[in-house]
Structure formats: C-alpha cells, structure tokens
Design a protein around this ligand. Sequence first.
Ligand SMILES: *[C@@H]1O[C@H](CO)[C@@H](O)[C@H](O)[C@H]1NC(C)=O
Ligand SMILES: *[C@@H]1O[C@H](CO)[C@@H](O)[C@H](O)[C@H]1NC(C)=O
Ligand SMILES: *[C@@H]1O[C@H](CO)[C@@H](O)[C@H](O)[C@H]1NC(C)=O
Ligand SMILES: *[C@@H]1O[C@H](CO)[C@@H](O)[C@H](O)[C@H]1NC(C)=O
Ligand SMILES: *[C@@H]1O[C@H](CO)[C@@H](O)[C@H](O)[C@H]1NC(C)=O
Ligand SMILES: *[C@@H]1O[C@H](CO)[C@@H](O)[C@H](O)[C@H]1NC(C)=O
Ligand SMILES: *[C@@H]1O[C@H](CO)[C@@H](O)[C@H](O)[C@H]1NC(C)=O
Ligand SMILES: *[C@@H]1O[C@H](CO)[C@@H](O)[C@H](O)[C@H]1NC(C)=O
Ligand SMILES: *[C@@H]1O[C@H](CO)[C@@H](O)[C@H](O)[C@H]1NC(C)=O
Ligand SMILES: [Zn+2]
Length: 701
Amino acid sequence: MRLWNLSWFLFFDSLLVISGLQTPESFDIDGGIDQDIFDINEGLGLDLFEGDIRLDGVQDRNSIIGENYRWPHTIPYVLEDSLEMNAKGVILNAFERYRLKTCIDFKPWTGEANYISVFKGSGCWSSVGNRHVGRQELSIGANCDRIATIQHEFLHALGFWHEQSRSDRDDYVRIIWERIQSGKEHNFNTYDDKVSDSLNVPYDYTSVMHYSKTAFRNGTEPTIVTRISDFEDVIGQRMDFSDYDLLKLNRLYNCSSSLSFMDSCDFELENVCGMIQGSGDNTDWQRISRAPGGPESDHSNMGQCQGSGFFMHFDSSSVNMGATAVLESRMLYPKRGFQCLQFYLYNSGSGSDQLNIYIREYSADNVNGSLNLVEELKDIPTGNWQLYHVTLKVTNKFRVVFEGHRGSGASLGGLSIDDINLSETRCPHHIWHIRNFTQLIGSPEGILYSPAFYSSKGYAFQIHLNLSHLTDAGIYFHLISGANDDQLQWPCPWQQATMTLLDQNPDIRQRMSNQRSVTTDPFMTTDNGSYFWDRPSKVGTVAFFPNGTEFRRGRGYGTSTFITHERLKSRNFIKGNDVFILLTVEDISHLNSTQDPSVPTPGIKDLCSEITCQNDGICAVQDDKAVCRCPVGEDWWYMGERCEKRGSTRDTIVIAVSSTVTVFALMLIITLVSVYCTRKKYRQRTSSNAVNKTLENEYAF
Ligand SMILES: *[C@@H]1O[C@H](CO)[C@@H](O)[C@H](O)[C@H]1NC(C)=O
Ligand SMILES: *[C@@H]1O[C@H](CO)[C@@H](O)[C@H](O)[C@H]1NC(C)=O
Ligand SMILES: *[C@@H]1O[C@H](CO)[C@@H](O)[C@H](O)[C@H]1NC(C)=O
Ligand SMILES: *[C@@H]1O[C@H](CO)[C@@H](O)[C@H](O)[C@H]1NC(C)=O
Ligand SMILES: *[C@@H]1O[C@H](CO)[C@@H](O)[C@H](O)[C@H]1NC(C)=O
Ligand SMILES: *[C@@H]1O[C@H](CO)[C@@H](O)[C@H](O)[C@H]1NC(C)=O
Ligand SMILES: *[C@@H]1O[C@H](CO)[C@@H](O)[C@H](O)[C@H]1NC(C)=O
Ligand SMILES: *[C@@H]1O[C@H](CO)[C@@H](O)[C@H](O)[C@H]1NC(C)=O
Ligand SMILES: *[C@@H]1O[C@H](CO)[C@@H](O)[C@H](O)[C@H]1NC(C)=O
Ligand SMILES: [Zn+2]
C-alpha cells in the first residue's frame, strides 16, 4: 500500500513537471507591452481630447486659473462597483501618495455637492478641474490600474493639463509633426498662459503629466524630441509625481504641509534635525562622515559629494558591555495614529550590539513622557547599510528614541544611522534586499527569486525578478506552498501584492519609486480549466530553496515590462550596487462591497421617499436635498435629476480643435542644474568614472 502510494506520487510529480513546461511559467498582465495611458485609450478607439481628457461642452478652457475650478482640500469620492478589485486597491494606494506628498486628502462621499465618481469606463480619462457637476466622472478602465496612471488622472481632476501643452514647450521639445498619425495633431496643441498657468515652475521633463516620446506616433520614430537629449528617455515617466509636479500642485492649492509626512533627517546639517542626546546614558552619538571601523561614507551621498555626507555613529569599541547611547528626535505631533519609521543602519561593531527603538509619549497625565520599547533590532548584519522599517502606533505627541546598546564580543566599530524618515503611512510588510545588482541587468543570470515570505493572512509567496531581457525588467508574484496551507482558503481570494522598487533618494518626498500591484482573483482559471490561484501543492511546480528544501511554486502573475533597464539605472534605484524591493501583500476582500452611499442623517428616508430615481439610480441626501446617484457602465452613464438621460462616450465628446496659440518665449535661459550630486537624480551616467566610483564603494563594504 505504502509503495503504491509512493509511486503514485512520483507519477503525479512528473506529470506536473511536464504540464509546467507546456504552460508558460508566468502570466503577463501586459502581454509583454508597456502600455501607457494613451496606448490604452487609442487601442480602444477612444478619441478623447489630448488622449485622456474629457471636455464638457461648455468648457471655456480657462480652468486652471479660475478659483472656482478647484476642489476643496479634501476631495469626496465614490469607488463605483464597476471597478476591478485590483484597481480599487491601487486607487487607495494612490490616495496615500497624495497624502504623503501634498496637502490633498480624499474621503468617501457623504453627500457633498461635488464629488469624483471613480468607475471602470472604457480607458483611463478625467475632466480637468472641478466642473461643479455634482457627480464628476473619472474612468479607471482595463489596464489603467497602475498607481502613476491614477495619480495622472487625478492631477487632471485637480486642474492640470499635460506638461507639453505649456505655452513655452517649443523651447524645450521639438514636435515632429510628420510622424504624428494624421488627424491626431490637435493632441499637441499648446495653451497660452491665460489658460494654463505654469505657476512659475520651469518646464519639467520628468513630469508624470508629460507625454512619452512615442505618443500618437505613426511608425516607430519618436514624435517628441527633447532639446536636451539626456531627457529623451526621461519624458513620459509613469512612476510617481516629479518634484515640480508637487511644487505646482502645492502652489495651486496653497499647501504648506502634507497630511502624512512627519520628519526626515539625513544629518547633513549641524543641528541634526533637532535631535537631542539622551541623558543618563554612557556615551553620545557622534555626527561624523566616516567611522574608523566603517562605514567609509554616509548613506545619503555615498561619499560622492565633497564636504558633506554625515551620519550618526555610536562607537561601541570604546565602551564596556552593557553601555548605551541615546539619541532622541524632536517633538512630533501625529495626526493619523499610525506611523512608519524608516532608516538605514550600518553595523561595524560586534554581532551582538543592538539598537532599541523606543517611543517617548506625552499626555496630560504624563507631562514628562512615558518611555515604551517598540522594537529591538538584534543580529544586525555587518559591513553594509541595511534598510529598516518599524511600525509605530502613536496618537499623542511623542519623540522617537534610538538607543545603541553594546553587546558582548569584540568590536572595532559601532552602529551608524542615516537617512531617517517618519511618515504617517503603513510600513511595507517585507523587504527584499538584492546585493551586487548591476552585473545582473541584461545578463542570463538575471533570473532572481526572493526568499519565501508570508502575507498577513498567512499565504506563503515569492517574488520573481527577470532581468535577463535586453531592455526591460519583469516582476512576478507567485504563491508557494507554505506552513499554513491547510487552514487557508483556496483558491486564494483577493490578496493584493504590491511590489515597489525603492528609489533610495534620501528624502521620501522626492522618491519616485516604481510600483505595481496585482490581485489574486479566486475565479481566474488557466487554459486547462484549473484555478490559477489554487493551492500551490496542487497546481504548482516543484522548486528548491537555496538550502535544498523542496517546495511547490504556483504560476507567476505580473508584468514583463515593470521598468526599462534605462530607468532602472536612473535616479537612486541602485545605490552602492544594492537594490531594495518593498513588498506588501494584504487582504482587500472588503473592497468588494458597495461603498456606503451616505452617512444616514435624520429624515433621510422621508426626503428620499419623495423622489424616484429612474434606471436603477440610488437616492442619497446631499445638502439636505434628495438627489439621485446614477448608474454607469463601460462607456455609458445615466445623468439628469432622476437619471432619466443616457449618455455615452461616443455622443458627448466635443473636440474643440481650433485654438490660437501664442507662444511666449519667457524662459530664454534654460536653467541647467549642473552640480554632479543633483544631476544623478535625472540620469546616472555610466561613464568609466562612475563605474570606478561604484567599484570603490563595493570594495569599501
Ligand atoms: C502612417 O504613415 C503611412 C505612410 O507614411 C501613411 O500612409 C498612413 O496614412 C499614416 N497613417 C496615419 C494614421 O497617419
Ligand atoms: C491660495 O492663496 C491665495 C492667496 O493667499 C488665495 O487667493 C487663494 O484663494 C488660495 N487658494 C486656495 C485653493 O486656497
Ligand atoms: C516632571 O519632571 C520635572 C523635572 O524633572 C519634575 O519636577 C516633575 O515632578 C515631573 N512631573 C511628573 C508628573 O513626573
Ligand atoms: C527620509 O527622508 C529624509 C529627508 O531628508 C532623508 O534624509 C532620509 O534619508 C529618508 N530616510 C529613508 C530611510 O528613506
Ligand atoms: C558580491 O560580489 C563580491 C565580489 O564579486 C562577492 O565577494 C560577494 O560575496 C558578493 N555578495 C553577494 C551577496 O553575492
Ligand atoms: C525571463 O525573460 C526572458 C526574456 O523575456 C524569457 O525568455 C524567459 O523565459 C524569462 N524567464 C523566466 C524564468 O521567466
Ligand atoms: C491543469 O494543469 C495543472 C498544472 O498546471 C494540473 O495540476 C491540472 O491537473 C491540469 N488540469 C487538467 C484538467 O488538465
Ligand atoms: C530552507 O529554507 C526555507 C525557506 O527559507 C525554510 O523554510 C526551511 O526551513 C529551510 N530548511 C532547512 C532545512 O533549513
Ligand atoms: C464580489 O463578491 C461576489 C460574491 O463573492 C462575487 O460574485 C463578485 O464577482 C465579486 N465582485 C468583484 C468585483 O469581484
Ligand atoms: Zn492625461
């Protein structure tokens, strides 16, 4: 009997391996094509204004300047049922980016006069500005569920046109008219500064609102050529807001602080961001730019900027076992009640030295603050800057306290901290740290699998990074067999995996990290009829951990065009030859229910009983009046007081083509930012000089 069982299993195994070979190992949500907003909309045959802007008939294109086209700082929204589950999760992540980097916030609609209805229409589009139409639509259709696409559409809604339609754009880019598909030339119009205010911000090649070089092209040659050739592959980025996008948004809306950003410190200034040395400890943290036992340089600048590059160092070699050094942040005032503390830590001391993170929380009863231990970081790897995330849940004013603690064993160095960031956001659940990264790009060895991780619900998973392609890097999410599989629900329902390639810019607000999310759909089937997200031990293939342990890996789900190699080498994605991929896998099942229409107010029933909404519209109370919320579909919607009128994309888009264009050559001087240390923000040169620098860094560790 036993023997029979065994041979049956063996037979089953070989079957699986064979079927694994027949079906491709990974499912590509983009089909191997990097589709920008404009490609998606064009593929659908939409002829929207400038590719993704919905104009209403009466729009006098004066929008961005007029006060009355602005939204309140907190924008009411409704996530319609038509949205894909993954899109709903990504929209909420995009709102978090607005909260971190701007003063714009979002709240579920509770009957305010004007709100944004985010729905799954055909393609990705929005109107420009607050149109005061009550329910204003913003479409996140198929394949629009990328975070930067959603940021882009909401920037339209907030009042922004495309960057290359600025009046002064011809000073910065050349439009190659003969390469544009005939009939699409109007998408390259410019507006004079009465219509589109550039808010005294220079032309921005890195804007998330800029077309890419391939927009509306007929053939393979670019339609937009940047006058500074370095920017040719920079335009059209869809990663995150650029610095100037933020500056403009913050100027238009008078933002002075963001909702969720709290503090950051790279220790470049002598005041160390108001941090204070603790009392009652044995020694102090020192602000230095190089420690005898390492690190040789700070993390912010990696020693590449002369006369700067500081970090804080606790020298554990000069104190006895058990000695401590305490560093406290300035007083901080939380708004949201949950925080993520991030920092880089370098250990050149003993393997048993540790860093303890405390919170000193102040309240009416506790004017001197009470100290609570949040996390003890032990077994800190030596010889490398390590990224740490610590989750805090503080509601009263507080300080963050870093306590270095000398362990046993010999120490020739100590602990160093740099690039601290504190924001009221959720920490990523896992970090995949990849070392020696550069040589893997484009090489056949560039097939990487992350260690095994567990989601908060207990699902085991793994991330696969494919760098072997010549131009693009691919990223995939795999469920794998894990310890809790017997207790979990299969096929795995609605777990959203968010994979972020971290831009290691020291300032969190200047980071443009590249992020993609995918969601497990329990109803999805593979070609042969089995469930895609079924238990890996049932549908997965055999694989091995580096330590030789066997496991089963489900098929990958992701994209082969996560990021181009060109962009991967830009900004601060690779720092000291290290790359960090942040991973969060969370349950979003709760998003599969209709958003509560409105907060029940007394008399809501009575008001709604007076009217009948047609065509399945739902009654809601807004400004003490009963109004109808009308249903929408792929490319149609109902409107009117009682949802009595039907509209569709085909009959309402009015393309106003004629526009006299006055080009103001205001910016004659192109401000060239030539300092090396800021230059690398746009594009890291791979000159032999830079290569040498990277190598130096590598040996330094
Ligand atoms: C694209 O270019 C070809 C060859 O120049 C031309 O025949 C065709 O009409 C163009 N198509 C569009 C949509 O402009
Ligand atoms: C921003 O400030 C200006 C000048 O103080 C004011 O006129 C304008 O209304 C403000 N805009 C918003 C959106 O608050
Ligand atoms: C707070 O500290 C001050 C000075 O150290 C002390 O005088 C005071 O009694 C303390 N208050 C409380 C409530 O512990
Ligand atoms: C957080 O932002 C600050 C801004 O100066 C930066 O110095 C610091 O390095 C950042 N920390 C991390 C861990 O990203
Ligand atoms: C990185 O490369 C160096 C030199 O080639 C090697 O000594 C080191 O072990 C590598 N590190 C990792 C983590 O692979
Ligand atoms: C990695 O990408 C290359 C090129 O796109 C592809 O041929 C290969 O099958 C991929 N490998 C895996 C393991 O996905
Ligand atoms: C479909 O393929 C999976 C593995 O990819 C295999 O376990 C399953 O038995 C197959 N189902 C059918 C109906 O062939
Ligand atoms: C091998 O590695 C896996 C994943 O990291 C781990 O779960 C397993 O316990 C390890 N096996 C042994 C024998 O160490
Ligand atoms: C939500 O759940 C119901 C029942 O579980 C299911 O029928 C429906 O398809 C789900 N909706 C979405 C958008 O996935
Ligand atoms: Zn757009």
